[in-house]
Design a binder for this molecule. Structure first.
Ligand SMILES: [Zn+2]
Ligand SMILES: [Zn+2]
Length: 362
């Protein structure tokens, strides 16, 4: 047992409050990670607000990066001292995991969103009372986390902490949607709606092969960033949007990556596609209604994508390789905050001025 600091949501929707907790030792298949950085994702806020009360108090956070401090007896892939990126949990044995699609693991819900381990325990406690964790298998809004070996991917020592952290969720979600799922033909057109951490990661992954890449976002600074990252144009949402997108893409886009989760944006995305175009839906949202006619008349293909359909053990090293060649400059999206200032980091993200807040630990 060790004393740690963690940002706790005491009840659903409550602010993250940094407090002392106790963390148990890693089990044989687990790894103890000392956090160096943790990104904040909209999913942390959205799920905190809708989280069941019976699973609180709860520690969120799912974009951790750190250093391995101790490993269980059965762990072979990492050793104390290794730098790692934390990512979502998967079982490694089911049909989806076995075929290289762990984001669709049949046990994903239990392993990522049950408030602890699959057996109902949690390594976190306070004064002997369990505190829920295991968010995306990690709960990385904490100085330390105990995670299963499959949830850590070794990264090189020279990868900056603030790059390693968002790699494991928003980075691989945006980039993986383009590179693993859509796999655009060279020169295909690609539109990204929503220029946040996920959307801009998709832009970075797309600009190497697609032409044009166009971003859509209401915030001028985010549009400017999209252009800086290689988008040919960046447009605000609004009345003339669909016509402008069709114009820029020579009659409609081959691909649209929709990250906002807003029904009206998803409908505009369909309208902006060319015949047999592909729509990838990434944004966590409610229900979207579509007029079926344009979908079938245009032969639109719709993808639901989570975590970029990536196999983190293989894909994250690929992304590190792109970063090293200057082709995936994730640091351009990041603003860092000290861990204890998580409240300011959340506010900055909600206000829209900060794309990807990353908490740094001493
Ligand atoms: Zn599985
Ligand atoms: Zn995320």
């Amino acid at each position: 047992m060790r004393r740690i600091r963690a940002a706790v949501a005491e009840t659903p929707g409550a602010p993250f409050t940094v407090r002392d907790l106790d963390l148990g030792e890693p089990r044989p298949d687990e790894v103890l990670v000392r956090m160096t950085a943790a990104g904040i994702c909209h999913t942390d806020l959205g799920m905190r607000d809708t989280w069941p009360g019976r699973l609180t108090p709860m520690v969120f956070g799912h974009e951790g990066a750190g250093r391995v401090e101790a490993v269980g007896a059965e762990v072979r892939g990492v050793a104390p001292g290794d730098r790692v990126c934390l990512t979502f949990a998967s079982c490694g044995a089911c049909e989806q995991c076995a075929t290289g699609h762990p984001a669709y693991c049949l046990h994903a819900r239990t392993l990522n969103f049950s408030g602890g381990r699959a057996d109902g325990t949690t390594p976190l406690s306070r004064d002997g009372t369990p505190v829920h964790g295991g968010f995306f298998g990690q709960s990385s809004f904490a100085t330390h986390a105990v995670v299963r070996e499959r949830g850590v991917v070794p990264v090189p020592a020279d990868l900056p902490n603030e790059v390693a952290a968002p790699l494991g969720c928003s980075g691989q979600t945006g980039a993986g949607t383009v590179l693993n799922r859509l796999r655009p033909e060279p020169g295909a057109s690609l539109v990204v709606t929503g220029a946040g951490g996920v959307g801009l990661s998709a832009v970075m992954a797309a600009v190497a092969g697609c032409d044009p890449v166009v971003a859509v976002d209401p915030v001028p600074a985010r549009r400017a960033l999209a252009v800086e990252l290689g988008a040919k144009a960046a447009l605000p949402p609004g009345d003339g949007l669909v016509a402008a997108l069709r114009d820029l893409t020579g009659g409609g886009a081959h691909h649209v990556v929709e990250t906002t989760g807003r029904p009206e944006v998803a409908r505009q995305a369909v309208a902006a596609l060319r015949p047999r175009g592909e729509l990838a839906l990434l944004g966590l949202g409610g229900e979207v209604t579509f007029d079926v006619m344009p979908l079938l008349a245009k032969g639109v293909r719709v993808h639901g994508v989570i975590e970029g359909d990536s196999h983190p053990g293989r894909f994250l090293p690929d992304l590190v390789g792109l970063w090293r060649r200057g082709l995936f400059p994730l640091e351009t999206l990041v603003t860092t905050f000290p861990f204890e200032e998580i409240g300011s980091a959340v506010r900055a993200m909600e206000e829209g001025g900060v794309v990807k807040p990353v908490l740094l630990f001493d």
